[in-house]
Design a protein around this ligand. Structure first.
Ligand code: NAD
Length: 466
């Protein structure tokens, strides 16, 4: 795999340096990737700044059209993008192609969202309306778990609103994003969309740059704090989608088998490397053993392997650092909980089989921290009020779920969970038209939906005397 290029001012160019990208399923070098220098980053920002006025001045109908053209191009190349994504990220090919298709769908879905002026007052004394102006150059920074679809909630609304963008993928998963850039190069005027890959060293310069008007960041809470600091100097606009430690509360009235399969998918999809994965499972004591045994059977039956191989359900952890971290958390969990037997993994690669840990509680790293990997603690409770309090006892507040056969009962608890999204009898579902954001230290602002689109704009009030 070769010939990946940065996208700066409408041109594909080599990096001033290069870096290796590793395939996590084989631990072999997958490709040499261009690595942007500080000068290349500055040129990308300058190109976006130059392109901004003309792009912002276009009729929004033209920008909607451009999003649809980009959707078609991505859709037509979803297989190719998916193959690259599987090899750099690890996820099964079907999921990777699905992610590329979801990116295309995001472009199409955002293109339909309204961005209209609103009349606030039309009286005898004054005429007041609000409108949405673009911000300027927006930095889009993403992590390595869903390199493509994370950009799906950033690129389309940023461009639709009339901004220009500088995209920075994660250093371990830049390739599918660069391939996307090469495909979309001619779908936009030069400089409207720029992509720079780095070795985890340009984020600070990008976020502090005086010509960046807004930062849309998805990543860890620790880096989110740094981004917030960098934004503070110029009061840059900021959307932060950060870490989570989602709790799922299973009430005593569920169909155990049916819920177990939904919970398993919600916890282990993408090998648990999902910001909104089920990361702590609270199960009523009356069905605890039955639930553990269903989940454990699913874990044992899961096929773990190279995402390119037919039949693989779960791939490796994306990078060595995450692999080592999850192994440490698992070793720590073995001290206080019971680690159940699971499926086999290939001898090479950053593989950890989906693992259920029972008889564990708060006070262990697995329960208190964001594991971001395929290890699920199953915690017993006797009083749902107690489960609710324990689910809320975290600095995070991204997602949560309640599982019950009684919708009214589920809703009663759902409304009291301190999370940006609470699902009922499912976990982890997102869509372009549904807003998504974190409570507490899981984020700031929202993405997706009309609210998410609005965050790429400045509200302007026109207040006229009549
Ligand atoms: P990370 O914070 O280490 O990196 C994210 C991105 O930030 C990368 O592109 C990285 O190069 C860049 N970066 C590093 N230092 C920077 C700096 N000083 N300034 C600006 N950017 C900088 O996160 P990660 O380990 O790649 O991703 C995993 C984390 O992301 C988890 O905590 C997960 O929950 C979170 N996440 C959140 C969401 C969400 O929507 N809330 C979605 C996916 C992942």
């Amino acid at each position: 795999m070769d010939n990946f290029k940065l996208l700066i001012n409408g041109r594909l160019e080599a990096g001033d340096a290069q870096m290796d990208v590793i395939n996590p399923a084989t631990e072999q070098v997958l490709a040499a990737c261009p690595r942007a220098s500080r000068a290349q980053l500055d040129r990308a920002i300058a190109a976006a700044k130059t392109a901004y006025p003309a792009w912002a001045a276009k009729d929004i109908a033209e920008r909607r059209k451009a999003l649809n053209v980009m959707a078609d191009i991505i859709e037509a190349n979803a297989d190719m993008l998916g193959r690259i994504l599987t090899q750099e990220q690890g996820k099964p090919l079907k999921d990777a192609v699905g992610e590329a298709r979801a990116l295309a769908a995001n472009f199409r879905d955002f293109a339909k969202l309204p961005l209209d002026e609103k009349i606030i007052e039309d009286g005898a004394k004054r005429h007041v309306k609000t409108r949405r102006r673009p911000l300027g150059v927006v930095a889009l920074i993403v992590p390595w778990n869903f390199p493509l679809v994370t950009l799906g909630s950033k690129i389309p609304p940023a461009l639709l609103a009339g901004n220009t963008v500088v995209i920075k993928p994660a250093p371990t998963t830049p390739l599918a994003t660069l391939a996307m850039g090469a495909l979309l190069k001619d779908a936009l005027p030069p400089g409207v969309m720029n992509i720079v890959a780095d070795a985890n060293d340009l984020g600070g310069a990008l976020t502090a740059h005086p010509d960046i008007a807004k930062i849309s960041f998805t990543g860890s809470t620790a880096t989110g704090r740094k981004v917030m600091e960098a934004a503070s100097h110029d009061i840059k606009r900021l959307t932060l989608e950060l870490g989570g430690n989602d709790a799922a509360i299973v009430l005593d009235d569920v169909d155990v088998k049916k819920s177990a399969s939904g919970i398993f998918a919600g916890a282990f999809r993408n090998s648990g490397q999902v910001c909104i994965a089920v990361k702590r499972l609270y199960v009523h004591e009356s069905i605890y053993d039955a639930m553990v045994s269903e989940l454990s059977a699913l874990a044992k039956a899961a096929v773990v392997g190279d995402g390119l191989e037919q039949g693989t359900q779960l791939g490796p952890l994306q990078n060595r650092m995450q692999y080592e971290k999850v192994k440490e958390i698992l070793a720590d969990a073995a001290k206080s909980g019971t680690v159940l037997e699971t499926s086999a993994v290939p001898p090479r690669g950053y593989f950890i089989a989906p693992t259920i840990v029972r008889d564990i509680a708060e006070g262990s790293r697995l329960v208190d921290e964001e594991q971001f990997g395929p290890v699920l603690p199953v915690i017993s409770y006797s009083d749902p009020e107690d489960a609710l309090a324990r689910a809320n006892a975290t600095p995070y507040g991204l997602g949560a779920s309640v599982w019950s056969s009684d919708p009214a009962r589920a809703l009663k608890y759902a409304q009291r969970l301190e999370a940006g999204t609470v699902w009922i009898n499912k976990h982890s579902e997102l869509a372009a038209h549904i807003p998504f954001g974190g409570a507490k230290q899981s984020g700031l602002g929202v993405e997706r939906g009309e609210e998410g689109l609005a965050e790429f704009t400045q509200l302007q009030v026109i207040n006229a005397a009549v």
